[in-house]
Design a protein around this ligand. Structure first.
Ligand SMILES: [Zn+2]
Length: 373
């Protein structure tokens, strides 16, 4: 998702945030439906039996996954592996590598409006939107007793919020006050984007630690209560993480239920103890902020299934893709083969696929298939 793309479809959008485009997107096959906002209103759950589903007549490669507060954007990378176009968004691209981050600061009013316009233009082909608002100021880890480190003279983070004061405890000042207020704007932006998704029938998921005070933020609590939604919990260690971190994954639709998984304590966990880095303490919560790769793969698989269930076509060969795709075939004819994973290779990468069972908290071990062949 880069500037040329933005010029094609988001003419009103400030291109500075989208950077330079060099590759694959010409025009969404659905953009004509978006013109003048004549697209039929989507419903949260597609009605059964009428033959028209959310992604009917669209290829998986026509769809767009939006990851907001993306950080390392690992989830976007995993979804991109499916051939789905991705739009990872964050204030900075500092934590991400080998993926383009659209830089929007959603605490800035003008940039938030620009971004909402992008969503408005793209809404018809959005597969799902995921938000991972920073939980640093809402973290229960701040309440941990770290007296022994305090005695040694280390600065210990203090609670910035409480269940009674989820917008910030009284008496905050300096950097703590700024951090809490900035996070409040992030949470308000999150609530607005959830509301947008509900309005347009787009799957929206939100992740934070189960015990994060984010879930008690008034606008978040209000919208979750009004929607109801679907909430699951899992320990990250059950999806490839190092630590027994309890994560809550809330969504507007019940598409993530298979990820519910609590730790069976049949494996080792890395410790939560802070590590001394020079004169400061390094907390492992920062390390745990990036989603485990296995979790990302599983979420991508869930989203792929959701897309297929809602009528999206998955094509395995270039021939099949060209016969069903309108958006890229013209470029193919013009010998302007896009880069990336948009088009299938002329010759399939694999001869066949094998399926195997695996324990829940680990990636499938496939090496014995190779050794047997
Ligand atoms: Zn575990």
């Amino acid at each position: 998702m880069k500037a040329q793309y933005a010029r094609k479809t988001c003419v009103e959008v400030d291109n500075k945030s989208l950077g330079a485009k060099t590759d694959d997107k010409v025009e969404s096959p659905t953009s004509s439906m978006d013109a003048g906002d004549k697209a039929p209103q989507q419903q949260s759950i597609p009605p059964k039996g009428d033959g028209l589903q959310r992604f009917t007549n669209m290829n998986l490669t026509d769809l767009l996954f939006v990851e907001i507060f993306a950080g390392t954007a690992r989830l976007s990378k995993a979804v991109k592996e499916l051939g789905v176009e991705v739009l990872p968004v964050d204030k900075t691209s500092a934590r991400a590598s080998q993926i383009y981050i659209a830089q929007y600061d959603l605490t800035d009013t003008a940039q938030m409006e620009d971004f909402m316009e992008v969503l408005e233009v793209e809404k018809r082909r959005i597969l799902a939107i995921h938000l991972a608002p920073a939980c640093g100021t809402a973290s229960k880890a701040r309440e941990k007793k770290l007296a022994s480190w305090a005695k040694k003279g280390f600065k210990i983070p203090k609670p910035l919020r409480s269940a009674q004061k989820p917008m910030g405890v009284d008496g905050l000042e300096g950097l703590d006050k700024i951090r809490a207020e900035t996070a409040n704007l992030v949470y308000a932006a999150t609530a607005r984007i959830i509301s947008f998704c509900v309005q347009h029938g787009i799957v929206c998921s939100v992740e934070n630690p189960e015990n994060s005070l984010f879930w008690l933020f008034p606008e978040i609590q209000q919208i979750m209560q009004s929607i109801g939604g679907f909430s699951i919990s899992f320990h990250n260690c059950m999806h490839g993480g190092k630590r027994k971190k309890l994560t809550k994954w809330w969504a507007t639709q019940g598409v993530f239920s298979s990820l519910q998984s609590l730790c069976d304590d049949k494996h080792q966990h890395a410790k939560w103890n802070p590590i001394q880095q020079g004169s400061a303490l390094q907390f492992p919560t920062a390390e745990e902020a990036a989603y485990p790769h296995l979790l990302c793969k599983r979420i991508a698989a869930v989203l792929q299934q959701y897309a297929i269930t809602n009528g999206a076509l998955v094509v395995d060969t270039l021939g099949a893709q060209l016969s069903t795709t309108t958006s890229t075939s013209q470029r193919w004819i013009l010998d302007m083969l896009p880069k990336g994973k948009k088009l299938k290779p002329l010759v399939s990468e694999f001869q066949s696929y094998s399926f195997s069972w695996s324990t829940h908290h680990r990636s499938p071990k496939v090496h014995h298939f190779f050794s047997n062949n």
